[in-house]
Design a protein around this ligand. Sequence first.
Ligand code: NAD
Length: 262
Amino acid sequence: MREAINRLKREKICVLTGAGISQESGVPTFRGKGGLWEKYDPQIYATMPQSLFTFLHSPQKIAEFALDFYRVLLNSKPNFAHIFIAELERRGLVEGIITQNIDNLHQKAGSKKVCEVHGNAYEFFCVRCRCKEKKKEEDIKEFLERMKNIKNKRFKLINEFIRFMGKCKNCHQRLRPNVVFFGESLPQKEIETALFWLRNTRTLLVIGTSGVVFPVANFPYYAKKAGSFIIEINPEPGFEKIADLVIREKAQKFFERISQEF
Ligand code: NAD
């Protein structure tokens, strides 16, 4: 604990977060108990091109998935871990936050230097010029309400989705969700930013990631090779092989414990 506190106080750190940091905000990890993948097969709902096929043939399935997923997301709030990391950033102690999460909770907590390597569930991007558009929470809620009332009308449901996603303001091409599906490449700009931070940080804080999703699972190894000190915060095993410091605790509890020292 002492070593972790000293490092967090002394030097600019880089933070790598996964689903675990948002677990105490009410967003379950996908693979954990009660997680989304227990109910929905990721092969059908989150893998390209299969999910596009599901969307065109059984949009009702995608509608149910979207309802379940956004209901959780829209009810979640940043927890103390997100808030404390944002506070460290305000104090100039954070080089950057690399997150695999798509829940927008780091930004909601006030963090600015967030690199979302798997996208953001509130954003949509243009398939041609890649410019992004963020939807308001009220608009998403309204869309979900509309979808609930469309039963067994395939084309109406597809049209509703397409209308909601909308068109690019610059080049009028269709928008699509800004979420990286299994089998898709990670966004180039975000990867470059993440690798830059990982190369240059002296301390990497790895929070709530199991290390099974690639290429992000390689990030701690990359930072380690560049000379970084690795601190892992996770109640379950993950990166203990390379971590210099392992804290087997939930993220929120850890930050609550150390917060008195700041
Ligand atoms: P994962 O589900 O594979 O692993 C989650 C990890 O968090 C586990 O190692 C678990 O032990 C740990 N954990 C659970 N509760 C914790 C807590 N309170 N504090 C600290 N650690 C805790 O998650 P992953 O490695 O991020 O990979 C899953 C993929 O699914 C990612 O690509 C991510 O984009 C996506 N995902 C995102 C969200 C979200 O946006 N909140 C939620 C679920 C999954």
